[in-house]
Design a protein around this ligand. Structure first.
Ligand code: FES
Ligand code: MG
Length: 576
């Protein structure tokens, strides 16, 4: 390697003999770096979302050390830096409120510093899109390395899934099928090791998305966090990022439209989280790639879900890895013509080359396309007078009999209104009713909380009812399930038609016909609109003010209007 000596970005800091170069180098030397590491070699930023408040990412300090091995091996200089971490389990009101804020931290940290290429250490749900979005706006060579899922949950000899069993057990308690003591005893069994949720929730979905996009190394989706092969993957990513810097392969050269199309189809095959819809649109818009809600429906609608993982199915991420992982899924898809095989990847070979000979070891966990878990997986995008901007539903997690359903609305104006009313014995509701929740969209509940899968009323659970149609402008956890219509746009707080629904209105959900219809005349809706008042602004000052004023609707990815697009990583002016 003719040590190329293309002048890298970092040489604007570390090169030369002037006052500024002295400053930049001298202070770095207090970390114990020998002088020759500032000779123009690739400087790799390791963007770390490690935090003890983000349990799913708490092991990422250790993983960074393995990335560094790979960077050093190839003659690069690795420099680890922290960015805002977003822990799904602790952050209130919702980690999603801070996704765009973290993306700003990432973007500005990269641009402001002497960095030539970036490794994104991600895991818990929002950390993956936040870092991808920020890095995309800079557009340096970039590789995402996920922390990997926890070992399978296990409670009294049975597998239990992160999140999925919290929802299930809580319903069991409400229905009188499980004691509170047993419920609490399951806590430790659910979280047995370092790593992210081991269901096909949002974290596993996003780890799969980055692998499908080609912006992560092969097997990134599924290797458990504590499996030594996760550390090897990190080291290999460290090697590759140095090569990508030398070859000047930027993020925008990997994340083109075909890569997003592959990812959307893969989301269908894995029964991935609805949150991926919002995140991928946001990332695409940072890069200037045209990607819409309708692309999700058009590309994904005929993709069968073949991965039998919770919440849609039975197994967990450890099983998925041992069964062959995402490569086995993508191979089956490629053989059916569902993958753009020539899409490039950060690993070097095209995605088609990576998956061509991928073995599959367990036909129950990774089924064939002829015998899928759900024939039409994907994400269905619904439209109609109740959702002119679209709404989404995940058919693989829904009850088939409810996917064509007309029922009377039981309306909750806010989530607090829902909590106050849901277990009132006098509430007029039965299994044919449609639960409607308002004011939980991006602006209405700043951040768009994961409350769309409202638990059913206790009196119906006790009668054995397991699912009902639910409609809202909220999101739902990727670990959750049910016939749940989400992301209704425009949201109620922005004056969308959802705001006008009243108790007793007839609503028709027709997933096959992609329709969501409120059976109220246009005249009546116009009259109701005249009486409608926007809810009091819930974020009048501080960061929430910025959020509410600038967040885009769900169909546009919930980014801030001023953050879309690529600003690249030109060299900023001197600081002194
Ligand atoms: Fe962090 Fe699920 S709570 S990945
Ligand atoms: Mg979540």
């Amino acid at each position: 390697m003719a040590d190329e000596r293309r002048k890298l970005r970092s040489t604007a800091w570390f090169g030369g003999s002037g006052k500024n170069a002295f400053m930049h180098r001298s202070w770095m030397k207090n970390e114990g770096h020998p002088p020759d590491v500032f000779d123009g070699r690739p400087v790799i930023g390791i963007c770390n979302t490690w935090s003890e408040l983000t349990p799913c990412n708490a092991h990422l300090r250790g993983l960074a050390e393995h990335v560094k091995r790979g960077v050093y091996e190839m003659g690069g200089l690795p420099l680890e830096f922290p960015v805002m971490s977003l822990g799904e389990s602790n952050m209130r009101p919702t980690a999603m409120l801070f996704r765009n804020l973290a993306s700003m931290d990432v973007e500005e940290s990269i641009r402001a510093n002497p960095i030539d290429g970036v490794i994104l250490l991600v895991g818990c749900d929002k950390t993956t899109p936040a870092l991808l979005m920020g890095a995309a706006s800079c557009d340096l060579p970039t590789i995402a390395v996920s922390g990997g899922p926890m070992l399978n949950g296990n409670f009294r000899g049975k597998p239990i899934g992160s999140g999925t069993h919290v929802w299930k057990f809580y319903e069991d308690v409400k229905a009188g099928r499980m004691s509170v003591d047993d419920f609490l005893a399951a806590e430790q069994g659910q979280s047995r090791s370092a790593g992210s949720c081991m269901t096909m929730g949002t974290a596993s979905t996003m780890a799969s998305m980055v692998e499908a996009l080609g912006i992560a190394m092969p097997d990134n989706a599924a290797i458990p966090a504590v499996d030594s092969r996760r550390a090897i993957l990190a080291q290999e990513a460290g090697r590759r990022i140095v090569a990508l810097v030398r070859e000047d392969v930027r993020m925008s050269q990997i994340l083109r439209r075909p890569a997003f199309e592959n990812a959307i189809r893969v989301n269908g095959a894995i029964g991935g989280s609805t949150n991926a819809v919002i995140h991928l649109i946001a990332v695409a818009r940072r890069l200037g790639v045209d990607l819409s809600l309708d692309d999700w429906d058009r590309l994904g609608r005929d993709v069968p879900t073949i991965v039998d993982l919770m919440p849609s199915g039975r197994f967990l991420m450890e099983d998925f890895y041992y069964a062959g992982g995402l490569r086995a899924v993508m191979r089956a898809m490629a053989e059916a013509g569902l993958i753009h095989a020539d899409a490039p990847t950060v690993a070097g070979p095209s995605i088609g080359e990576i998956i061509r000979d991928a073995p599959s070891y367990n036909g129950e966990v990774i089924r064939s396309l002829d015998a899928p878990l759900t024939p039409q997986g994907g994400i269905a995008v619904l439209r109609g007078n109740l959702a002119p901007g679209g709404a989404v539903i995940k058919p693989s997690a829904a009850t088939p009999a409810l996917m064509q359903h007309t029922g009377r609305a039981v309306v909750f104006e806010t989530i607090e209104h829902y909590y106050a009313r849901i277990d009132d014995p006098a509430l007029e509701i039965d299994e044919s009713s449609i639960m409607v929740l308002k004011n939980c969209g991006p602006k209405g509940y700043p951040g768009m909380a994961e409350v769309g899968n409202m638990p059913l009323p206790a009196k119906l659970l006790q009668r054995g009812v397991t699912d009902m149609v639910r409609i809202s402008d909220a999101r739902m956890s990727g670990t959750a399930y049910g016939t749940v219509v989400l992301h209704t746009a425009p949201e109620a707080a922005a004056g969308g038609p959802l705001a006008l629904v009243r108790d007793g209105d007839l609503i028709t959900l027709d997933v096959a016909g992609r329709r969501l219809h409120l059976d109220v005349s246009d005249e009546e809706l116009a009259a109701r609109r005249r009486d409608w008042r926007p809810p009091a602004n819930p974020g009048a000052t501080g960061y929430q003010k910025l959020f509410v004023e600038h967040v885009l609707q769900a169909d546009e990815g919930c980014d801030f209007d001023f953050l879309t697009g690529r600003r690249e990583a030109g060299i900023p002016r001197h600081s002194h």
